[in-house]
Design a protein around this ligand. Structure first.
Ligand code: NAP
Length: 319
């Protein structure tokens, strides 16, 4: 029995459990000793439909829901489909928590995002500063839709005693990431472009933005360990940042990835394309204090493992 009231034989549903973070979270839960973990796929249950959410909860008799399902993507995808990112994420979260409450689910964890922070949050971002302003425009619809889970968690805890807990994740990367050119985040996009340039003998690679914006990246296995620690230990709905604490400019990141992939040509910055949020880095003091969790994988090591994984897996369809 954990302090949260969780038992290792609780039935745990992981929405988005077949996704990038989801697969690592499922592995971490099993490694931790949880034995009844079910992965929810969109082909079986469309979580934007109330009847599918109800059927899922009925079929699985869940004790715990780990809600990772979301429509996600890099700046390009967020700009092309802001309405889809807003509506589907808002609906999925709102429906799922409501139906989970009605079905008697005992604990509900949501994976939130750094995109929910205001555009000009003082760096490093502290959880207390979440509501200081509007998020960066390119990711605001996504970030705000997900942020409503925090409001719903607090409101449901207050009115219904519903045990909802929340983590806020920085940009993730690692084996199993989405490398699709239309929807990938910056690290897989750069890895792919540099490797293709090396193979085709191209001497230049164009990269979006000025390179001045900063980001923080968390290795996906570390993120999964943080999610499991939060599921076991959090006692309130107050969100907890999960990050690596390393702020790096996109320019520096690109140089590191170029070196790991063996690209020795020129990187051309397309300053006509958006940088996104100017700076990003989370303060992880709360995670350390309340979960005993810290990120363990140094960026260069994580990047090397990711490049290796992509080299070995790129011809295979995502499963
Ligand atoms: N990746 C990051 O850098 C990052 C950063 C901060 C926060 N997060 C959060 O972490 C979570 C996981 O992200 P990820 O990067 O692992 O994304 P992902 O690989 O795209 O996984 C998300 C999963 O959501 C499921 N999904 C989407 N729409 C659905 C629907 N209508 N019904 C049921 N399932 C649906 C998909 O399941 P199927 O595969 O079955 O279609 C997909 O695999 C998300 O909540 C995201 O907001 C991610």
């Amino acid at each position: 029995m954990h302090s949260s009231g969780l038992n290792l034989d609780n039935r745990i549903l992981v929405t988005g459990g077949g996704g990038f973070l989801g697969r690592h979270v499922v592995r971490s839960l099993l490694r931790r000793g949880f034995t009844r973990v079910s992965v929810i796929r969109s082909k079986d249950f469309d979580l934007t439909l109330a009847e599918d959410v109800q059927r899922m909860l009925r079929n699985h008799q869940a004790d715990v829901v780990v809600h990772l399902a979301a429509v996600v993507g890099g700046i390009g995808a967020n700009r092309r489909q802001p309405g889809t990112f807003f509506f589907q994420n808002l609906l999925m979260g709102a429906l799922l928590m409501e139906e989970a409450r009605l079905a008697g689910v005992k604990r509900f964890l949501s994976a939130g995002t750094i995109c929910s922070y205001p555009k000009f949050t003082p760096v490093p971002f502290r959880e207390e500063d979440l509501w200081l302003g509007y998020p960066e425009e390119t990711n605001a619809p996504y970030g705000l839709a997900k942020k409503m889970l925090l409001v719903q968690s607090e409101a449901y805890r207050q009115e219904f005693g519903f045990d909802a807990v929340n983590v806020l994740l920085v940009n993730l990367y690692g084996p199993g990431d989405n490398f699709h050119p239309e929807s990938s985040h910056v690290i897989p996009a750069l890895i792919r472009r540099f490797l293709e340039a090396v193979e085709s003998g191209a001497t230049e690679v164009e990269v979006w933005g000025s390179g001045q914006a900063t980001r923080e990246f968390l290795y996906v296995e570390d993120a999964a360990a943080g999610v499991v620690a939060a599921l076991e230990k959090l006692e309130t709905s107050a969100p907890v940042n999960l990050g690596s604490g390393l702020e790096i400019s996109i320019r520096d990141l690109a140089t590191r990835i170029a070196s790991i992939t063996g690209f020795a040509g020129r990187i051309c910055w397309d300053a006509g394309k958006p940088d996104g949020q100017p700076r990003r880095c989370l303060d992880t003091t709360r995670a350390k204090a309340s979960l005993g969790w810290v990120s363990r994988t140094p960026l260069d090591e994580g990047l090397r493992r990711t490049v290796e994984w992509y080299r070995e897996n790129r011809s295979q369809p995502a499963g």
